[in-house]
Design a protein around this ligand. Structure first.
Ligand SMILES: [Cu+2]
Length: 284
């Protein structure tokens, strides 16, 4: 029985992969785009297999019990059974085992995804602030070691450029509240926490333009914290950095340019409690 169920699950899911054309074959994930997406993909696929097996097993037992122990005539009552120790032990231990297996695979996948590379090729400092992003490219050859940045506003979102097949370290910072840095194609998000630098490494593996978001409800214009991600060749990446330098976007801002200028409310009093949003560039 178990083997049959496993076989069905394997057949149903065998056409699935993280770069399949159809959403269904990707199990509703976007096309995977970094060297870390395979780990998350395997976790996702494994969870679906486990869920399918459990579903078929439980549903099969329900149908079996309904038919096998049904009331067969009006003057007969099916055997009334209670306190079956083996079955109650099964009820208790099966879920514990299921949770333990999920936990084990979650921890190992997470460790793989968060593994550091020794000398990342690039370092991008990501500053999430109410309500946009700043991307600081630190110590790049293309700019002769000068830090350059791109910073967005809710009306004009920032763009993050990344070179394909080269490792990037992301340092996440926030000057105000908790945000979450999320690029769905990377199968990954990480909180951006004030007073703490969160870090992760990855290499984008697929050129393209993606949409990134803030995934932590951070206030009124949380939904405007959208940004564009361009994964490009190294040459295009370097050219973009040179453009930023030529546009005099030199330095490493610690908050959005107009963090307290809310879309549609231009000209409002900008003192008050959002004034602290604009960082001083000290990088603390
Ligand atoms: Cu946010």
């Amino acid at each position: 029985m178990k083997l049959a169920v496993l076989f069905v699950a394997a057949v149903v899911l065998s056409g699935c992969s993280p770069d399949a054309d159809s959403d269904l074959a990707r199990l509703a994930l976007p096309v995977g785009s970094t060297d870390r997406t395979q780990d998350i993909w395997e976790l996702w696929l494994g969870a679906w297999i486990a869920v399918l097996v459990i579903f078929l097993l439980v549903f099969g037992l329900i149908v079996y019990a309904m038919i096998r122990y049904r009331r067969r005539s009006d003057d007969e009552i099916p055997a009334q059974i209670r306190y079956n120790l083996p079955i109650e032990a099964l009820y208790t231990f099966a879920p514990v085992i299921i949770v333990a297996v999920f936990f084990f695979h979650t921890v190992t996948s997470q460790n793989n995804v968060l593994e550091r590379v020794d000398n990342p090729d690039h370092t991008v400092e990501v500053v999430g602030s109410k309500w946009q992003w700043a991307f600081n490219y630190l110590d790049e050859d293309a700019t002769a070691g000068e830090d350059v940045f791109d910073v967005g506003t809710p009306q004009e979102p920032a763009e993050l450029w990344l070179p394909v097949d080269e490792s990037v370290r992301f340092d996440l910072k926030s000057p105000d509240v908790i945000h979450s840095f999320w690029i769905p194609e990377f199968y990954f998000k990480m909180d951006v926490v004030p007073g703490k630098v969160n870090t992760f490494d990855l290499s984008p593996t697929r050129e393209g333009v993606f949409t990134g978001r803030c995934a932590e409800l951070c206030g009124l214009y949380h939904s405007r914290m959208i940004f564009k991600v361009h994964v490009v060749s190294r040459d295009e990446y370097d050219a973009h950095l040179e453009e930023l330098k030529a546009a005099d976007q030199v330095g490493a801002p610690q908050g959005a340019k107009e963090a307290n200028e809310i879309a549609g409310l231009e000209g409002e009093d900008k003192s008050g409690n959002v004034a602290g949003v604009q960082g001083d560039g000290s990088g603390s």
